[in-house]
Design a binder for this molecule. Sequence first.
Ligand SMILES: [Zn+2]
Length: 163
Amino acid sequence: MKLDPIYLNQRGSNCTWNRETDKQKYQFLSNQMIELMLKKRGIGLAANQCGLKMQFFVMKKEDGAFTTCINPEILNLSDDWHGKVRMETIEEGCLSFPGEKHMVERPYGIEVRYQDYKGSKVIESLEGIDARCWLHEYDHCQGITIRERSKGEVKDEFKYAKS
Ligand SMILES: [Zn+2]
């Protein structure tokens, strides 16, 4: 497992569980990616950063727990007092661009859905650094990096607005 920029600007393909061996395959991949993420001192890593065009990422939450998110979806963005999306702008780095920092505006809180390596659906609310990391990795799955995000160069469907 190593970093490979070939699919950084392409959308990952959806993952399926058609074969008996798929669970083991995803569990193995998850372990390999967590190992690489820790080696590079990151808190998140997407398959698209490793030359694998997949809706698949791993992250380390603020409480130290590791999570594997497959086929991630955003269900909801948290509101501010005016009923708009509560946004926050913070400097982010990315393992795919060593040494680079970009100011990135993202929602403070999110409700998301994804599948674990077994294919079980998970619905979760995240905020702060966990929400930011999740959204950074979700972006990777869609072929978006902090370079495009910081310049606002993303399609309307990826702009953070209430649906
Ligand atoms: Zn990144």
